[in-house]
Design a protein around this ligand. Structure first.
Ligand SMILES: Nc1ncnc2c1ncn2[C@@H]1O[C@H](COP(=O)(O)OP(=O)(O)OP(=O)(O)O)[C@@H](O)[C@H]1O
Length: 102
């Protein structure tokens, strides 16, 4: 957490999402979806950070496979983040829209 900016961002985003969930009084099912989405992104980001550390350890010099490993790990985070965004839009979108009078 102290060294990884991405993890610090996830910590702030998690607090915001939990605050929104409390404010909008999510149902039990919606909380389950939000918990899964938040946990998915956290775990993928932690695995990505671990893979980056291992790659830097074993291949500090340039190597195509080192680059591929980092890119694929970053891609996994991106896929999880898009899924979490979809959950966020489906759960919070209509509520925020109603709040803003859309
Ligand atoms: N040892 C290496 N050999 C080849 N390509 C590398 C190597 N290290 C990094 N790269 C390439 O540079 C990109 C950025 O690498 P970097 O280590 O900064 O990862 P990052 O995902 O940007 O890290 P962070 O999450 O800390 O910002 C990688 O996605 C990869 O394409």
């Amino acid at each position: 957490m102290r060294t990884e900016v991405h993890l610090q961002f996830h910590a702030v985003a998690t607090v915001v999402v939990l605050g929104l969930g409390w404010y909008f009084e999510l149902t039990r099912g919606e909380w389950a979806l939000v918990a899964l989405a938040v946990g998915l992104v956290w775990s993928l980001e932690l695995v990505n950070t671990a893979i980056e550390a291992v790659v830097n350890l074993v291949s500090p010099e340039y190597h195509p496979l080192a680059g591929r490993a980092k890119d694929v790990a970053a891609g996994a985070v991106l896929v999880g983040a898009v899924a979490a965004l979809a959950v966020g839009l489906l759960v919070f979108g209509p509520r925020i829209g109603a709040l803003l009078g859309w």
